[in-house]
Design a protein around this ligand. Structure first.
Ligand SMILES: NC(=O)c1ccc[n+]([C@@H]2O[C@H](COP(=O)([O-])OP(=O)(O)OC[C@H]3O[C@@H](n4cnc5c(N)ncnc54)[C@H](OP(=O)(O)O)[C@@H]3O)[C@@H](O)[C@H]2O)c1
Length: 268
């Protein structure tokens, strides 16, 4: 963390990160770790959570882990209330998410995947952000970051549920920013392209402009600290977002139907 970022977050005592056992969430835990800051690290895999906690402790920070499946929004909400009651959360980073594309030969994803992904990528993060925003507004301070994706800007035939769930997060996060910014609570939508994590490593096919995870974490952390409403990166995806608006939809759909990406099964 740079000295400037250090100064900007000097009042920060508690950061809660979902998806802290892997990828972007783990890299953000590493970025924010420092003496005087407690990191609550959520995920499912206890071994990988403990690894992130060790990185935090090695930098002089405090860490606690919670192994919790957030496909149950009610359980996640209760756990968040408990964590915030114990030590008010200054920064909430909602990074946990799942990605799936339709199986080979199928026309769309299965209904089971659609339901699970709607809960993990949309229902639970939205419930947690809403609870956090209400609590933070009373304290007149706080930051909430929600991981969307550039996938939300495009009608992806290969990943209808993923792009739909991320589009929902995108609208929700900017609407919450509009509602909460007068009360000192700044909500940041993070909409990245491909970042080099286990999620993208499962994909086979062109991953244009792949960003190393540490570089992505630095960019994301700065956007959170500054309270920026939306971060889209790398920049090329600002252009594809514009193209999607300009192009007639049937033409855009024809192009998007041509995308060829395969996905290996998850190893966890
Ligand atoms: N990587 C990319 O290219 C990319 C691009 C755009 C957006 N994003 C978004 O960025 C976020 C982080 O992705 P990543 O690349 O860091 O992926 P990742 O390395 O696969 O990490 C995903 C994290 O989410 C957690 N998670 C998944 N399902 C969960 C569940 N049911 N309950 C609790 N935790 C769960 C995982 O926990 P366990 O491993 O412990 O199960 C893991 O910590 C996601 O929301 C993703 O959609 C990623």
């Amino acid at each position: 963390m740079s000295n400037h970022d250090h100064a900007a977050t000097s009042a920060t005592r508690h950061i809660l990160i979902t998806g802290a056992s892997s990828g972007i969430g783990a890299a953000l835990a590493d970025y924010f770790a420092r003496p005087g800051v407690h990191l609550s690290l959520w995920g499912r895999n206890p071994k990988r959570l403990e690894k992130t906690a060790e990185v935090v402790r090695a930098k002089g920070g405090e860490a606690s882990i919670l192994s919790l499946d957030i496909s149950n929004p009610q359980a996640a909400l209760e756990a968040f209330k408990e964590a915030d009651d114990a030590l008010p959360v200054d920064i909430l980073i909602l990074s946990a998410g799942m990605a799936d594309i339709r199986p080979e030969g199928a026309l769309a994803e299965s209904a089971d995947v659609a339901l699970a992904m709607s809960q993990v990528n949309f229902a639970t993060p939205v419930a947690l952000a809403t609870e956090a925003a209400n609590r933070m507004a009373k304290r007149r301070r706080g930051r909430i970051a929600m991981l969307g994706s550039v996938a939300s800007f495009h009608d992806l035939p290969l990943a209808t549920v993923y792009s739909g769930s991320k589009a929902g997060i995108g609208r929700f996060a900017t609407a919450l920013h509009a509602a909460m910014s007068p009360y000192g609570v700044l909500v940041t939508l993070i909409a990245p392209g491909f970042i080099d994590t286990p999620m993208s490593q499962r994909l086979e096919g062109d991953q244009a402009f792949l960003v190393p995870v540490d570089k992505a974490a630095r960019k994301i952390a700065r956007a959170i600290i500054s309270g920026k409403a939306v971060l889209v990166f790398p920049w090329v995806f600002q252009l594809t977002r514009l193209l999607e608006i300009i192009l007639p939809r049937p033409l855009a759909h024809r192009i998007l139907r041509g995308l060829e990406i395969m996905q290996h099964p998850s190893s966890s």
